[in-house]
Design a protein around this ligand. Structure first.
Ligand code: HEC
Length: 121
């Protein structure tokens, strides 16, 4: 019995996981959501940010909602990622990833900004 159930459970889990990772992709026409999520993970972004709840920093969904409809949203968020930012969400600063830190390129920061903006739901 258990021997038969286990693979079924694994299959159900795989389907659920696939659905979970595919969902943000549907909103992210302009950016490869899977690759950008991997970049965010590798860059340590998710130590301070979650998609849908605040941690040290605001949730990415809240950022997307706040900047929705602003023509300069992509530029502002790209700059925040490259240069760091403080004061919009609280007193904790967002660290810089560009400039002398040289962790992310401008193009990577733009991809991340575009990805964040796609997560508003
Ligand atoms: C050490 C914790 C920390 C890490 C790591 C971090 N952030 Fe942040 N982030 C913050 C905080 C805190 C804020 C809010 C800053 C403010 O109030 O302006 C923020 C704000 C932001 C904003 C919104 C900026 C704005 O103008 O409102 C974006 C976009 C963002 N982070 C993306 C990223 C990305 C992408 C990464 C990884 C490359 C990252 N963050 C890594 C803490 C962090």
């Amino acid at each position: 019995m258990t021997l038969q159930c286990k693979p079924m459970l694994a299959a159900a889990l795989a389907v659920a996981l696939a659905a979970g990772t595919a969902a943000p992709q549907a909103h992210a026409a302009a950016v490869d959501a899977r690759a950008t999520l991997a970049l965010a993970k590798a860059s340590g972004c998710l130590a301070c940010h979650a998609i849908d709840k605040p941690r040290v920093g605001p949730s990415y969904a809240a950022i997307a909602r706040r900047f929705r409809g602003r023509a300069d949203a992509l530029q502002v968020l790209q700059r925040a990622i490259l240069e760091g930012h403080s004061g919009t969400w609280g007193i904790v600063p967002m660290p810089a990833y560009g400039g002398s830190q040289d962790i992310l390129s401008a193009a990577q920061a733009r991809d991340l900004a575009r990805w964040v903006l796609s997560l508003g739901g």
